[in-house]
Design a protein around this ligand. Structure first.
Ligand SMILES: [Mg+2]
Length: 243
């Protein structure tokens, strides 16, 4: 499966960090802007960190230039708080069922493994490190690369090619994520979406949102490998592509 590229979302897909990201953003927004805006009314699912911050601050009445002026300070403050909260909650941060076995199996099969996540890069590293899987990923695209998630897959694909020296066909390139926004960013890039019901949506909801495949969890390694391997030669209607 050396021609397959698997691009993983982080929160709700690979790991559960017990709300550490959300709490760290709230503390950082209050510290840097004096308010976290209507944070309790916003679902973060599938949104990039900068999009979350901008949306909340716009609702708090701030203008874009004022918001952007303090982004660097915001992310420094966020990183400090995230790191502290993850350390405090070390016993609660966990990798979802089957993820370790799947990453092992993908590596053995020669699949290129990367990230497409709304987390800023530094935040992604802290979350993955807290769950013991930071060393599994050597490339990816992050909320710090683009505020709009739909722009992230092409950046990750370019980095995958640069890192591995391999070309990946769109039909052999997968986003693996837990929200309709993960599916949408795959669609925008013309690549495949494998959705998993371990975040805020169920597998049937994600199937309805247009995922090529949706599984309840990533616990069944063979089932996931089968989807990424064999069936990436098929389109959404089941028509088989030439291998
Ligand atoms: Mg997610």
């Amino acid at each position: 499966m050396e021609d397959v590229l698997a691009l993983f979302d982080i929160d709700g897909t690979l790991v559960d960090t017990a709300g550490a990201g959300r709490d760290a953003i709230e503390i950082a927004l209050v510290e840097i802007y004096g308010t976290a805006g209507p944070i309790d009314e916003l679902s973060f699912a599938g949104l990039t960190d900068p999009y979350i911050a901008r949306t909340l601050m716009q609702h708090a009445g701030l203008e874009d230039p004022e918001i952007e002026l303090r982004f660097d300070a915001l992310w420094d403050c966020y990183e400090t708080n995230l790191s502290a909260i993850l350390a405090e909650r070390a016993h609660r941060a966990r990798v979802h069922a089957g993820v370790l076995a799947l990453l092992d199996a993908l590596a053995v099969a020669g699949v290129a493994i990367g990230l497409v996540t709304g987390n800023i890069e530094r935040g992604a590293q802290h979350k993955l490190a807290a769950c013991g899987i930071a060393d599994r990923f050597t490339f990816g695209s992050f909320g710090s690369d683009a505020e709009n998630r739909d722009e992230l897959p092409p950046i990750a694909i370019d980095r995958a090619q640069a890192k591995t020296g391999r070309d990946f066909h769109k039909r052999r390139t997968w986003i693996i994520g837990d929200t309709p926004r993960d599916i949408r960013c795959a669609r925008a890039a013309g690549i495949r979406a494998l959705a998993v019901g371990t975040g805020s949506f169920t597998a049937p909801q994600l199937r309805n949102a247009g995922a090529d495949h949706a599984l309840d969890t990533l616990a069944d390694t063979i089932a996931v490998m089968r989807v990424l391997g064999d069936e990436s030669r098929m389109d959404a209607r089941g028509a088989r592509f030439a291998p």
